[in-house]
Ligand binder design. Structure first.
Ligand code: GLY
Length: 310
């Protein structure tokens, strides 16, 4: 039997957002997400989904209840699931009916004739499934939105919060006791995004990827991750023989050279349990747990911070 492993990220960026999202709950919820996966060790999709669902409902991340607001002050969410063992996936975008978009993406994969649903169609499926409703954004989110919209400060703050300057997105990769892999992602996108904007998170090969040998989640600036085929590049590096750690480091560097620094972070996991974490940003929330190991989940945010128990 394979030792089950879960790895998660809580977004990559400048982490300016930790001035208003609090660091302690952020770290605690990364550990809780790893623990949530433990009840599902026999199924990598369920492991990754449980971890992401915990982060979505916590409100501590830019996903689910904590999703950032678009230009009109509304939340529109994107999510995806990849099942490595039969190369299947489900994705949703521009969802406003539920905060549980990772579950919705799984339903698209398992219950619909399609792979990717957006907008009204995705919302209708969420309602059919009675997934929990997305309620009004909390006071902290509304306050930041008002600040960003506030005339004189707007230009300066847009630079901080829009492109990659925010703790962005959540994701998980999992290896189950049968040696199978999965990847799941969920996000509210970027602050003040245009109506209809979709980033990398639900785009297969950009925000996520899984097959029989490796699973990858990307995080950062969606436009760059899509242009750079980010998750595909990491997977290809692994196929070419690099370890997940070397592959994530290489692609973080390549994207910084091709586009810009502060654009990308990655988590990757191989079928033999090797992990990779790397970023070209000022921080990336990240955690892992080899399920059952006594010291529990290990987590970090800053680039040179060792992963360690809380
Ligand atoms: N990386 C999430 C987004 O850009 O939407």
């Amino acid at each position: 039997m394979t030792q089950a492993v879960i790895a998660i990220h809580g977004g990559a960026g400048s982490f300016e957002g930790l001035k208003w999202r609090q660091e302690a709950p952020f770290r605690e919820n990364m550990a809780l997400a790893c623990e949530a996966a433990a009840a599902h060790q026999g199924d990598a999709v369920e492991m990754a989904l449980a971890a992401v669902a915990q982060m979505e409902q916590s409100g501590a991340f830019n996903a689910g209840k904590g999703s950032v607001l678009n230009e009109n002050g509304d939340q529109y969410l994107d999510g995806a699931v990849a099942r490595g063992w039969d190369a299947n996936f489900g994705a949703v975008a521009h969802v406003s009916a539920t905060y549980s978009v990772a579950h919705l993406a799984k339903a698209v994969m398992e219950r619909s004739a399609h792979s990717f649903l957006v907008g009204a169609g995705a919302d209708a499926l969420a309602k059919d499934l009675n997934l929990p409703a997305l309620e009004l954004p909390n006071a902290a989110l509304q306050k930041v939105y008002r600040e960003l919209k506030d005339g004189e400060k707007q230009k300066e703050k847009l630079g901080t919060f829009s492109f990659g300057g925010e703790t962005d997105t959540v994701g998980a990769v999992a290896l189950d006791t049968q040696g199978r892999l999965a990847a799941v992602g969920s996000t509210g996108g970027t602050w003040l995004k245009a109506l209809g904007r979709v980033g990398d998170t639900p785009v297969l090969g950009s925000g996520f990827y899984a097959d029989t040998h490796r699973a990858v989640c990307a995080t950062g600036v969606g436009e760059i991750l899509m242009r750079g085929l980010a998750a595909t590049r990491v997977a290809q590096c692994c196929m070419d023989g690099l370890s997940p750690q070397k592959a994530t480091e290489k692609v973080s560097k390549v994207l910084a050279e091709m586009f810009e620094v502060d654009s990308a972070g990655f988590i990757a996991l191989s079928h033999d349990g090797q992990l990779g974490f790397a970023m070209n940003t000022k921080g990336m929330g990240r955690a892992f747990w080899r399920i059952g190991e006594a010291q529990g989940p290990q987590q970090a945010i800053w680039p040179h911070e060792d992963l360690k128990p809380l």
